[in-house]
Ligand binder design. Sequence first.
Ligand code: 8YV
Length: 328
Amino acid sequence: MTSKPRVVVLAALPALGFDLLRPRFDVAAGGPRVDSGWLRKHTPGAAGIVADPSIPVGPELMDAAGTSLKVVSNFGVGYDNIDIEAARARGVRATNTPGVLTNATAELAVALMLAAGRRIAEADAMIRGDSWSGSQENILGRELAGATVGLVGFGRIAQRVAALLAPFEVRLLCSSRSSGPVRDAERLALDDLLAESDFVSLHVPLTPETRHLVDANAFAKMKRGAILVNTSRGAVVDTQALIDALRSGRLAAAGLDVYEDEPHVPPGLCDLPNTVLLPHIGSATAATRDAMARLCAENVIAVIDGQEPPAAAGGRSRRIRASTTAGS
Ligand code: 8YV
């Protein structure tokens, strides 16, 4: 009797993902916070690893699985947690879940623009803390209408943000590495975008080039009183420089869904009233998480079956359509 290939799940994979994996594989469900003892027990001999983007997948973990390892399937978009060179050297495919979370993340970016601009968290805390005097003078915010919004990066999620912002009557700027034509936004060099934007929203993947892209120098170029929104990766921003910019008034507010060292959020950010802080919920809608689970499992199944996966690093996969409706 041949035993089923083992798949180790290091992510909060929804039930739909397990339903697709379990009939074919021996699934070890550890979740994103397993300890080294659990990994030592379950990883050797695995054919697949399903990883949360917060889990670093380097040579050590791949070698712990051994030569049976065929696929590392990220439950999320991008590969900043995976050592792609190490995977390539070992003949391991790296896959991810683009497209299906575009709308959910874009909606959250717009929600953070509105929440930071209108000081929603502060206003809510005022009511809960029983400190509303009856006036609104100390909680005046700013509207999106008439504002200049700069999107840093102009991939799927930023383009969806641009579409969602159309009725808000903003002036839309973008900066993008690719030289192709952009629709719905005016393309500027990053420094000019920072200098002109009232709201700056980050939509770049985390790479060595984008780590701390927004640092003290970048904040110095921004308009006094601008608002920063980050739904991409925490390390795109230098956190200490952000705290300094918020304290000095260089920035009026920040809306953040991602942090440099998740799940740790520095007290310096929590202590500031002008931050809206979310626990990395960009893709966290039931429909989107199910769509991610399906794509993540399909990637594993395809690679272990010797087929081309729907969404792999290296550009050989079929293109994933960016959905405008979660799960579609
Ligand atoms: C995580 C994300 O996948 O998709 C991404 O890139 O950052 C998130 O959607 C999700 O939080 C699971 O941990």
